[in-house]
Design a protein. Structure first.
Length: 239
């Protein structure tokens, strides 16, 4: 099983999808435009507190409170329904050179956060991983390519827990049980995380943040309470 968690270049480059601030288009951002709440609809109804939490938790945005207040003030005058307008509101709220990395547009983290929230991306990953493991035969492999730290953290923590007895629980590790009597872990890591080479980056610059992690299904049965204890809750994703 291979999970490629990135959005495709055609999606980014299509202005009508609303994923990018580089092209002016409607603020949609849904992977499936026929279902769920669009980014514009979310921005229109969210409270300042909700906006702050989304920007902070899903975009790791340090200026989340300032941006949230700016969005609320801007929409009071005119609905925010276009990508360029949202980008302009964010830029005005935090300035264009406050990050230390001048190559990153000030709206990058805001767009990332809203897209992740609208599509439930982190929840989908957390729910999919244990279900996939239950489908793998012994020797089958799970490989996941992630593109930002939040989803990679979920993958890394899940694989680490599923490759240890009792999900690596420290309390269980202190029990008076001999090592050979411990239950076998359902997964075995197949190596370290793999990142793109300089040669690959020269061919495809959009791969710069990609991280590949993989694990192999062992012969050991899944725990009776699977996947309890193997997937952390939302609070741990942005910790």
């Amino acid at each position: 099983m291979l999970l490629d968690l990135g959005i495709s270049s055609p999606q980014i480059d299509d202005a009508t999808r609303g994923f990018s601030f580089r092209h002016d288009g409607p603020l949609d951002m849904r992977m499936d435009p026929s279902r769920g709440e669009s980014a514009a609809e979310f921005l229109a109804r969210a409270t300042v507190r909700e906006l702050t939490e989304v920007l902070r938790d899903y975009g790791e945005e340090r200026s989340a409170p300032s941006i949230a207040r700016a969005i609320a003030a801007a929409r009071a005058n005119e609905p925010i329904i276009g990508t360029r307008r949202l980008a302009a509101v964010v830029a005005q709220a935090i300035g264009t050179r406050t990050r230390g990395d001048w190559r990153q547009d000030p709206a990058t983290r805001t767009f990332q956060a809203i897209r992740i929230f609208v599509n439930r991306e982190l929840s989908e990953v957390a729910e999919a991983l244990p279900r996939i493991v239950s489908l793998l035969a012994s020797g089958g492999r799970l490989a996941v390519i992630s593109f930002h730290s939040l989803e990679d953290r979920i993958v890394k923590q899940f694989l680490a827990r599923a490759s240890q007895p009792y999900a690596g629980d420290h309390a269980a590790a202190r029990l008076a049980i001999r090592t050979r009597d411990l239950p076998g872990a359902p997964l075995a890591l197949t190596g370290r995380a793999v990142k793109p080479s300089a040669e690959e980056l020269a061919r495809n610059p959009r791969a710069r943040s990609a991280v590949l992690r993989s694990a192999e299904r062992t012969v050991h049965p899944l725990p009776a309470d699977w996947p309890r204890g193997y997937v952390q809750d939302k609070q741990a994703w942005s910790a």
